[in-house]
Design a protein around this ligand. Structure first.
Ligand code: SIN
Length: 280
């Protein structure tokens, strides 16, 4: 589609685009909102530079795309803004959020549609990029027999092994989400098919024996890491990345220890994944 109020510069043919000509600190007109939405649908992850917004504006931007999602495990560190997920790493960190390839909170019955990450502080010596991979490209690159096999299947996505003990919560009674989702997911807006298993959360393909499931999942997790499906975003202070969890995975590269990286994520709620046969 031709864009009239924004300009869109692709990072790679498969995934990612930088958006220019928008100030997210000002009210977003309907046309600009539609064009940003369109750019997200076309590119799976979009980036904005040099944006100056507060937590309320960050949440308002997210709400243009849907209700906000509450993380099932992360602590709510900003009292007035419980929906804002603080992303922070420094010399005391023993892990960082999103270090492995994943789609956010895919263990939820209705996993988040999208995530909007706003970085304030980046490591002084570089590093701290985020990598993104197109799950349309991953699906499309599979052979036809494998596409047919996977299309009828479902997989279990679990939060237990990811979240238990992670955020200092030692409440043994706390339950983390677990859900069964199609292995190939039809995107509800674009209608395109996307591979929907990830190394972070996906534990087992329901219709296969344990050894078969392990082998197929390992093969798919490695497939997701194919460089040709990816783009890599080099952050600057006050950049924003907005990704569509329904068709993209991401990985935060932790190559900057012991330096500090700090930002905020607002997450937009999504719907129950489904598979519709016959789509491309
Ligand atoms: C995340 O998975 O939301 C973290 C991504 C990042 O810090 O780059």
């Amino acid at each position: 589609m031709p864009y009239e109020t924004i300009s869109v510069q692709k990072l790679t043919p498969a995934i990612g685009a930088e958006i220019h000509g928008v100030d997210l600190g000002r009210p977003l007109g309907n046309q600009t909102f539609q064009e940003i939405h369109e750019a997200l649908m076309e590119n799976q992850v979009i980036f904005f530079r040099n944006q100056h917004i507060d937590h309320a504006q960050h949440k308002d931007f997210g709400r243009r795309f849907g209700a906000l999602h509450m993380h099932p495990a992360a602590p709510q560190l900003i009292k007035e803004h419980p929906e804002v997920f603080v992303i922070h790493a420094d010399e005391k960190s023993t892990y960082v959020n999103g270090e492995g390839w994943h789609s956010d909170v895919s263990c939820d019955g209705e996993p988040p549609m999208g995530s909007i990450l706003y970085m304030h502080e980046l490591p002084p010596d570089g590093g701290g990029d985020t990598m993104f991979a197109s799950m349309y490209a991953a699906y499309e690159a599979l052979s036809e027999p494998l596409k047919i096999l996977l299309s009828g299947m479902t997989a279990i996505h679990s939060g237990e092994h990811v979240y238990r003990g992670r955020y200092g919560n030692d409440d043994r009674a706390k339950k983390y989400p677990e859900s069964e989702h199609p292995v190939v997911r039809t995107h509800p807006v674009t209608g395109r098919q996307a591979l929907f298993v990830n190394r972070g959360f996906t534990r087992r393909i329901v219709q296969l024996s344990r050894p078969e499931s392990d082998a197929v999942l390992q093969m798919l997790f490695r497939h997701v890491e194919t460089p040709e499906f990816q783009c890599r975003f080099a952050w600057k202070p006050y950049s924003i990345a907005f990704w569509d969890n329904r068709c993209a995975q991401h990985k935060a590269v932790w190559d900057y220890y012991p330096n500090t990286r700090h930002g905020y994520r607002v997450t937009v709620a999504g719907d129950r994944p489904f598979y519709r046969a016959g789509n491309a």
